[in-house]
Design a binder for this molecule. Structure first.
Ligand SMILES: Nc1ccn([C@@H]2O[C@H](COP(=O)(O)OP(=O)(O)OP(=O)(O)O)[C@@H](O)[C@H]2O)c(=O)n1
Ligand SMILES: O=P(O)(O)OC[C@@H](O)[C@@H](O)[C@@H](O)CO
Length: 383
């Protein structure tokens, strides 16, 4: 079965109205930023890239509504409808589902046949698994992602002692995404109790209890984990950085040695090389040029200026030190989500010295591209 089998409308509801209390942070985790971009925007982009998903309903807290509209505009999300959430996850999900019902305020959005419900703080979901969940929901009425339990589940007595433990092989952890025939899950939410709304955590249970539909369970990849604690944010950032391509734009002077050096760097890194007199004015034109060609740079673009000094005379090196202009330009570039780094390397006719410098330059360049640390922009780094 492939994406061509999805010949019916599919919508997504992303509950994102929580406070992220367990992270211990002031900012709700869905709005924590990585590389100047909120976590929720990474999740939305994952769904937006999928052509057979028609509409993404993002459910946010009342106080985050304007922030979410700004994020939609800044990152050019096109399939998104923002609605206000509720005091619990189930209430937020129901608010999201009501967008498609006749009684919804505002223009009626075409009702999907299948609706995917996915926590907004689970950014690492792949199209192939979403396809499995969607087709299973269309066929069975409901479907859900599961993962093996890592810890054994135990029941405790009222006094805090062990009552009994569950046989781990018979149980699974319920994860997201989950898929439903829209009518099945909407009816379940219309029928569920106040206690379900207040204390429930499982949409599959509602479909079974109130619509008599037992979900098809599909084991998903380990990447479906949910950002819950502060450590999960660090893990998410590391994965996001790893998924970014190692591509960068390398600018060097037009001298033969500089071109030769750049071609050596290109062999070890995915670099787009440009030669120019590497004057700051030319680089400035390039930085503003980026702004014209790409309205919103979704990921920081990395530009590395390699400054080859043909002599190690202090005066020459000092002459190349232009902290103020390159710093000013890098600040301007950062506003456009462009990270401008400068690495200086002193040419040596002594092969061992030159090879060592080139190795250091390669190492620094690779680190700058991988880590995209804004603090090092505008600095004159020396290989
Ligand atoms: N009233 C709520 C509570 C939670 N969620 C969303 O449901 C998803 C999963 O919930 P959880 O991980 O528990 O998020 P929080 O409730 O924000 O976390 P915490 O319990 O630590 O406060 C999150 O995307 C969260 O924003 C929601 O839309 N509305
Ligand atoms: O909101 P919480 O983190 O308490 O729980 C969310 C999870 O229960 C939920 O995402 C999956 O178990 C699937 O239902």
């Amino acid at each position: 079965m492939g994406r061509d089998d999805v010949d019916f409308p599919v919508a997504v509801v992303l509950p994102a109205a929580g406070t992220g209390e367990r992270t211990g942070l002031q900012t709700p985790k869905q709005f924590c930023t990585f590389l100047s971009r909120p976590l929720i925007s990474f999740t939305i982009e994952t769904f937006e890239r999928i052509p057979w998903i028609n509409c993404i309903v993002v459910v946010v807290a009342r106080e985050s509504h304007d922030l979410m509209l700004h994020i939609v505009q800044q990152f050019h999300h096109t399939k998104v409808k923002v609605v206000k959430g509720g005091t619990t996850r189930h209430r937020s999900i129901f608010n999201g589902l009501q967008v498609f019902s006749e009684s919804a305020e505002g223009p009626v959005i075409p009702r999907p046949k299948v609706v995917i419900i996915h926590d907004a703080v689970r950014p690492f979901v792949e199209e192939d698994f979403l396809l499995k969940i969607t087709l299973a929901a269309e066929e069975q009425g409901a479907s859900g992602a599961i993962r093996p339990l890592v810890s054994t589940v135990i029941a405790t007595t009222s006094k805090g002692f062990l009552d009994h433990s569950l046989e781990r092989t018979k149980y699974r952890a319920s994860e997201m995404p989950q898929g439903f025939l829209y009518d099945i899950i909407y009816q379940a939410y219309q029928r569920c109790s106040e206690s379900d709304f207040e204390f429930g955590t499982e949409c599959l249970h509602l479909a079974l209890q109130y619509s008599g539909t037992s979900a098809k369970l599909i084991e998903g990849p380990p990447t479906l984990w949910k950002v819950t604690y502060k450590r999960d944010l660090a893990a998410a950032e590391s994965i996001i950085k790893e998924t970014l391509s190692l591509s960068a734009c390398l600018i060097s002077g037009a001298m033969a040695e500089a071109v030769e050096l750049s071609s050596r760097l290109q062999k070890s890194l995915e670099l787009h090389h440009m030669t120019s007199s590497a004057s700051l004015s030319e680089i400035e034109e390039m930085v503003t040029g980026f702004e014209e060609t790409q309205h919103a740079l979704l990921y920081p673009v990395v530009i590395i200026c390699v400054n080859l000094c043909m002599s190690n005379e202090a005066s020459d090196i000092q002459k190349n030190d232009e902290p103020a202009p390159i710093m000013d330009l890098s600040m301007k570039a950062k506003e456009r989500n462009i990270l401008l780094y400068c690495v200086q390397i002193i040419y040596s006719k002594v092969p061992e010295l030159w090879e060592r410098s080139v190795a250091r330059l390669t190492e620094i360049t690779e680190y700058l591209i991988r880590d995209r640390n804004p603090v090092l922009t505008g600095q004159i780094l020396r290989a």
